[in-house]
Design a binder for this molecule. Structure first.
Ligand code: ADP
Ligand code: ZN
Length: 612
């Protein structure tokens, strides 16, 4: 029997037009993931909620529908400082984009308003505060609006970690402009946050597009702290000596000191925190975006909305608040899809500090309990002996197999039955009245009398004195660290003394078994030889790539825009590998649309010719 012939369904005109725009304007070959469905859905006049990881390609999901529909796409975004960059990037593609915000002159604002009223803009970026002003709403009433895109939509939710009261008032969009499609986009939202976004923006009758959370090009490494500075320095020197990256610190003071120290070590490092004046912050952010090889040493005040594609690493000198925050912060690396590294250094004192932040906050008790659970989940991630990515994705409700691209996959930690070790350690804490720190307790377990307090308090007479000689000092340190991160022991933030938590007491009483990670003294490994995300080193002509980068820098400086707005690293790599001979061939390169081909194609072809 002949097989029934299956013909592909004819593409709808809308889909075909969208593909044309993708290829001609953006210079990309094909849509990724759900982009095509989302664009079709929105361009047809429907509402949507989009959850996609950073770098997943959310912007196209509203930009292309805005180009397909009549009128202007209004993009609501929380950070006015970054709008100009987005506008510049779009203008480079030949898209008619503008922003209206307080950084602009009165003349610029009125020009943008006129263009909006006359339907001469494809996209307009505004902050929610601006959108909600009466005169702006009056303007929107008259203007042809293609759609509303609400970026960083988790800001509407008090559950989310970035609540902004003005975002909540965006509920008026549904009431005032019911016929205009709304699309809410975010990269971080747990289930309650998602519900809040959908409720608030009235997206119930829209569709939800939930993409997987995975960022396969990011490599995760999490290490216990022994000397955070030396650990970070090793990491940067070994893997990222010529890259842009972010180093996150807990306090303002620490960002300044760390940045100064990195500068001393020969790196271009800048501090960023909410205590710096606005002008300095803007300048540092600008340099980070526009220059290469800048390391931003920042508190969490830095990062939201930063869409610099070539951030190659994110290092945490101290633990983040929870897994959501960690994922969002590390997600700023590798938006261009090329390999990137995330390093976290965690110490028990930092964990204690985070606990203390929660305890002393004014949040209601129920909220505090949630925060503590979230912190425990993060610490569990630090101590896990299995795949980091798996642990993270499972936290967000996604399944995944061991990834092969994280520290635990590449160097699986050994575990051992730590029940007796834990019992001994907890007893030592208990028998010394729960007020001493780790090193003192280890002296007790090892039966040392060096610390004069041991004799003074007659702790050499306790039943735990000298019962732990089967382990070395570093091994006991690792046991204590794990008991803190597993929440069997609490650290007093003021003097570092350890005490039993309810969980620790229950463990001593119930005699559960406990697996612990074996202490290891390993140095960080170099990245794997054959990363699936990079052309093999031998295939790239480094001198050629450097020549491209120089040309890119010059073109960027002449227009006062960041280099990646001219071409992404990925585009330069592709040109260096494919070595196109003609403009026609050049047009097939990733990220080379019609406009950029016309503007920059020849310059890069000339470099290729000179060097071949
Ligand atoms: P998000 O806003 O989700 O973090 P972006 O919209 O900034 O992500 O896109 C991330 C990167 O991926 C950008 O450099 C963008 O140009 C690129 N990109 C998006 N869609 C595609 C596609 N279909 N093909 C190739 N590159 C794409
Ligand atoms: Zn893994």
């Amino acid at each position: 029997m002949p097989m029934p012939q299956v013909y592909p369904e004819p593409a709808s005109p809308l889909t075909e037009q969208a593909l044309q725009i993708l290829q001609k304007t953006y210079g990309f070959e094909a849509f990724r993931g759900a982009q095509n469905d989302i664009i079709h859905h929105l361009a047809s006049g429907n509402h949507a909620f989009v959850l996609m990881p950073t770098g997943g390609g959310k912007s196209l999901c509203y930009q292309i529908p805005a180009l397909l529909r009549d009128g202007t796409g209004i993009v609501i975004s929380p950070l006015i400082a970054l709008m100009q960059n987005q506008v510049n990037a779009l203008q480079q593609l030949g898209i008619r984009a503008a922003a209206i915000n307080s950084n602009l002159s009165g003349a610029d604002i009125s020009a943008a308003k006129t263009a909006l009223r006359q339907g001469l803009l494809d996209l307009l970026y505004v902050a929610p505060e601006r959108l909600l002003m009466d005169d702006f709403l009056a303007l929107l009433d008259e203007a042809p609006v293609a759609l509303f895109a609400i970026d960083e939509a988790h800001c509407v939710s008090q559950w989310g970690h970035d609540f902004r009261p003005h975002y909540k008032q965006l509920s008026l969009l549904a009431e005032r402009y019911p016929a205009v499609p709304r699309i809410a986009l975010t990269a971080t939202a747990d289930a309650p946050t998602r519900r809040d976004i959908i409720d608030c923006l009235k997206l119930e009758d829209g569709r939800s597009f939930i993409a997987g959370f995975d960022r396969p090009n990011i490599h995760y490494t999490i290490v216990p702290k022994n000397n955070a500075r030396a650990q970070v320095l090793d990491f940067i020197k070994e893997k990222h000596a010529n890259d842009s990256g972010i180093v996150y610190c807990l306090s303002r003071k620490m960002t300044e000191e760390t940045a100064a120290w990195l500068r001393n070590e020969g790196f271009a490092a800048l501090p960023y925190h909410a205590g710096l004046d606005a002008e300095t912050r803007a300048r540092h952010q600008e340099r980070f975006l526009k220059e290469e090889k800048i390391i931003m040493v920042a508190t969490i005040a830095f990062g939201m909305g930063i869409d610099k594609p070539d951030v190659r690493f994110v290092a945490h000198m101290t633990i983040p608040k929870n897994i959501e925050a960690y994922y969002q912060e590390t997600g700023r690396a590798g938006r261009d899809g090329l390999p990137a590294n995330a390093l976290m250094i965690y110490g028990t004192q930092d964990a204690a500090m985070q606990r203390n932040f929660i305890d002393v906050s004014t949040a209601p008790e129920a909220q505090k309990r949630i925060e503590h659970q979230k912190l425990n989940a993060l610490l569990g991630l630090c101590e896990t002996a299995s795949c980091r990515r798996q642990a993270i994705l499972e936290y967000f409700g996604d399944a995944c197999t061991p990834c092969g691209n994280c520290d635990t996959c590449q160097t699986p930690p050994q575990t051992f039955d730590g029940t007796i070790a834990a019992q001994k350690a907890l007893s030592a804490v208990y028998r010394t009245d729960q007020r001493f720190g780790t090193s003192y307790l280890i002296s007790i377990l090892l039966g040392e009398r060096d610390d004069e307090r041991i004799l003074r308090f007659r702790h050499d007479q306790t039943s735990t004195f000298g019962i732990g000689t089967e382990f070395s000092k570093p091994e006991w340190k690792s046991v204590f660290r794990q008991l803190v991160t597993l929440n069997f022991l609490a650290v007093n933030v003021d003097h570092g003394g350890l005490s039993l938590t309810p969980r620790g007491k229950a463990f001593l009483k119930d005699k559960e078994t406990l697996n612990l990670r074996r202490h290891e003294t390993r140095r960080m490994k170099k990245p794997r030889e054959a990363s699936p995300f990079l052309p093999k080193d031998g295939d790239i002509d480094q001198a050629l790539l450097d020549a491209f980068k120089t040309a890119r820098r010059e073109l960027a400086q002449a227009q006062n825009v960041p280099p990646y707005i001219i071409f992404h690293d990925k585009t330069l790599l592709d040109i260096a590998t494919a070595k196109p001979q003609t403009l026609e061939q050049m047009a097939h390169i990733h990220g080379v649309g019609e406009r950029k081909l016309a503007k920059y194609g020849k310059a890069f072809l000339d470099i290729l010719r000179e060097r071949s």
